[in-house]
Design a protein around this ligand. Sequence first.
Ligand code: ATP
Ligand code: MG
Length: 567
Amino acid sequence: MRQTLSFIPTLRETPADAEVKSHQLLLRAGFIRQNTSGIYSFLPLGKRVLHKVERIIREEMEAINSVEVFMPALQQAELWQETGRWYSYGDELMRLKDRNDREFALGATHEEIITSLLRDEIKSYKKLPLTLYQIQSKFRDEKRPRFGLLRGREFLMKDAYSFHATTDSLDKTYDDMMQAYSNIFSRLGLNFRAVIADSGAIGGKDNHEFMVLSEIGEDTIAYSDSSPYAANIEMAAVQMEYTRPDEQARPVEKVETPGQKTISQVAEFLETTPENCIKTLVFKADEELIVVLSRGDHEVNDVKAKHISGAKLIELATPEEVRELLSCDIGSIGPVGLPADVRVFADNAVQSIVNGITGANEDGVHLKNVTPGEDFAVEAYGDLRFIKEGDPSPDGKGTIQFARGIEVGHIFKLGTTYSEPMKATFLNDQGKAMPYIMGCYGIGVSRIVAAVAEEFQDDSGFTWPSAVAPYEIHVVPVNVKDDVQRETGEEIYEQLKAQGFEVLLDDRKERAGVKFADADLIGMPLRITVGKKAAEGILEVKMREANETAEWHKDEVLEKAREFFKK
Ligand code: ATP
Ligand code: MG
């Protein structure tokens, strides 16, 4: 492609509103442009990267007999109502109406669509297993779209769905997917880990997330320093024994704690430690307000709280909701004297507190000598806190460390979560109607572009690995007004193209400085500069990632390029 005919609007300045390196450089190098919050266009170079990521994904999907389809983004509400997700998915689901007032959603994911598609088509176990996938835009009205392509409101996903007659068959496909995903992320040159994860709004049992290790990752991975154990911190189980001190429970006492709101403030004020405080949180679990307790030095894990409460959606109650329930500020709430119908759940560690400190459900007042079981009742104890660095690994081997990760893929064993409510059945070998056993497997295709962009760059621009670089070779005649340089550039460009290389030719009449800065910025793996020495047939070559230069004779360009790209 000739640069004069393409559209590569590079910027000199770093865009002020882009927070992370990948977003800044994708904008600066002219790969993407923002339309509005969380919504982007891919410009020609960005589109080529996207295309290559898609190609790798398609190859690995086909290798495990996953077959491509394309389903609608516009989905009738009735399907989402069948599974109940129309009501439980929350504000992330983009909803709209047609001219007849019929309700629709813009696909946030496609379980409903594919299950409805298959329920009418596959009647016999003989046609199973079947795995279908698509690469398509997804729409989610994210609360905080950010970091460019990393968290968009319209983004590209590869989503695959598998259908089985037996759980063994699902297990086999799940393992194949694990392998395919590992191949994909390895081919993309990403430093990743598969971790145990929560199934969020999708439902189901076994599931893994694929995380690219990165400082800007929004997820925290808890991993063992001496075993392969790795889990999203949301899911990492805490397996600890807590010992209850051998101490008599004393009568509860009220103490004034004016202006002391946080656990550490209260602990210091009352000359104790956060371990001796009971932290009280009010959550809205679906429509019910519940109370969850943890030790003062621990953090309540909302995913675990969701599981123990049995709710579909859980979020912290607002200060207004808390005041309505308990007539006090959130800094002053506690488990003693709660309204009888409020369910209380507590982390295991709370059970070992004797004579602890809690809020008194009265502004500026706390209670001393509070003992669970004596002074308040708990519906259930469980593992409700986030694991901490230094805790023992749940597999019993080593201690827990943390790393940050970008979630680029997520695979689930759904079981019959969707097929049952949607009555999607097949006849088994005894002629009995059974719901399909299902799996689903997502990859954030556009998020991957950002994850690769984050990883492969230096101070002057991108250093794309050849697997995803928009073009392999950038031919840059320094001065196109010079006949020798222009003609040599054209000649090499045509020659390389004819041999199947992907080549970009900088045929612009720009100053050398501008051309070099742009070439570094867009970062093709191999740059061939055609300058003054072209008269003697000598070209300057730059290997972008290694930042090495060499001189090649124009007669050996083909052979050396083949060597470089291992073609
Ligand atoms: P997250 O926790 O990041 O919100 P998720 O659990 O909602 O992700 P899934 O529903 O499992 O994501 O979607 C499959 C994949 O789609 C994710 O692994 C991720 O790579 C990608 N993805 C999800 N949300 C977005 C988004 N808003 N923008 C870009 N990619 C996304
Ligand atoms: Mg999400």
